[in-house]
Design a binder for this molecule. Structure first.
Ligand code: PMP
Length: 380
């Protein structure tokens, strides 16, 4: 990572004519959403490159390089597939390729995105057993163990690695141990975790892990990336849900030649490659350590402002921090007017939370600036 903070980049994040709303700031200095996240200049520039043939040698090199660098951050020897879609598309692909109609899955949820993963599985006609935890809490492995005893014929477990709606990180190793013990598939939504937080796909037994470009990967929205383990390939061979664009088998066949079945999002792949080069220069361990340090610094700063955090320290997300604030809508509007864009609460927490995104291109200087402006707004 460069010494320059994302707020000090040469051009404003939002330039050009602004809509004539009194709420619209001239410039967003600090885009601190939990996605999309700021895109470094070098990555923005990579998107301006001329097109190339997606059936030519230059593209083969591009897709091979991106795939291998992704495997490094996934900590996996498994196949990694890239599709043009948002993270939801990747989650849909995971369901459609691993199951047959009526298959039973255990969906673990401690927030909005856990619920959505369960809804998605239900929309595909799976028999979804929902195990819910309070928003702000993490998934409890003991409750999962009990659920796996209570419910027979479960074929897979759906888990959110990093619950973006509450700023909670779930215990993937403990859940992975259980799914291994019961010989079940483990599908992990790590849309907002991978690339910033440790997710040892092979060591922890993650069969499919899904992420998306606009999160920790410092790339614009539009790509979803997912890993597929040997056990997931075995499930794929039996799975009878309909799929076409997202067919894992077709994707693997083309990947043998470093191509994709349909026309890929070439510009986004150029950008993802540039972002991965930055991440590899910094080093995986250093990237993860920076996210942990930014989180800890931010949490201490929030507490110093006299505010409460939704998630306990022991389960705190590396990439998004949820802060309890009365009248959160007003605070968000005031911050927006000062050029600081944060997210609010979702569902039952709307109006009660600020969510500060700190993944991808972020340093402590960035979050220090957010804290300073938050302090000033609260003082008013
Ligand atoms: N899961 C999680 C944990 C997320 O944070 C998000 C995006 N906020 C999604 C799924 C959905 O991803 P997308 O908006 O890219 O479809």
């Amino acid at each position: 990572m460069t010494a320059q903070t994302s707020a000090q980049q040469s051009a404003p994040l939002v330039g050009g004519p602004q809509p004539a709303s009194h709420n619209s700031p001239a410039v967003v200095d600090q885009l601190r959403l939990p996605g999309p996240t700021p895109v470094p200049d070098m990555v923005r520039a990579a998107g301006a490159r001329q097109m190339i043939s997606h059936r030519g040698a230059e593209f083969h090199d591009l897709l091979r390089d991106v795939t291998q660098r992704l495997q490094g951050f996934y900590q996996t020897a498994n196949t990694v597939l890239v599709f043009a879609a948002s993270g939801t598309g990747g989650l849909e692909a995971a369901i459609a390729n691993c199951f047959s109609p009526g298959d039973r899955v255990l969906a673990l949820s401690c927030g909005h995105f856990g619920d959505r993963f369960a809804d998605l599985a239900a929309a595909y006609g799976l028999d979804v057993v929902r195990l819910r935890f309070e928003w702000g809490q993490a998934v409890d492995p003991n409750a999962v163990r009990q659920a796996l005893t209570d419910h027979v014929n479960v074929r897979g477990v759906l888990l959110t690695h990093n619950e973006t709606s509450t700023g909670v990180q779930n215990p993937v190793p403990a859940i992975g141990a259980l799914t291994r013990e019961h010989d079940l598939l483990l599908l992990v939504d790590s849309v907002s975790g991978l690339g910033a937080a440790d997710l040892r796909c092979d060591e922890w037994g993650v069969d499919v892990a899904v992420t998306a470009s606009q999160k920790a990967w410092m790339t614009p929205p539009g790509l979803t990336m997912l890993s597929v383990s040997p056990r997931a390939w075995a499930a794929y061979a039996e799975a009878r849900l309909p799929r076409y664009y997202f067919d894992f088998g077709a994707a693997r066949k083309y990947l043998d030649n470093w191509e994709t079945p349909a026309t890929p999002a070439v510009s986004l792949l150029f950008q993802l490659q540039a972002a991965l080069q930055l991440m590899d220069e910094e080093g995986r361990v250093a990237v993860f350590a920076r996210h942990t340090a930014v989180r800890d610094h931010l949490r201490a700063g929030v507490r110093a402002l006299g505010l409460d955090l939704l998630a306990d320290d022991t389960v705190a997300s590396r990439t998004v921090t949820a802060v309890k604030v009365p009248d959160a809508r007003r605070v968000l509007a005031e911050l927006r007017a000062q050029g600081v864009e944060l997210a609010g609460g979702l569902g039952p927490l709307e109006g009660h939370l600020l969510r500060i995104g700190h993944m991808g291109w972020v340093t402590q200087d960035d979050t220090a600036q957010v804290l300073e402006q938050l302090g000033a707004v609260l003082a008013k």
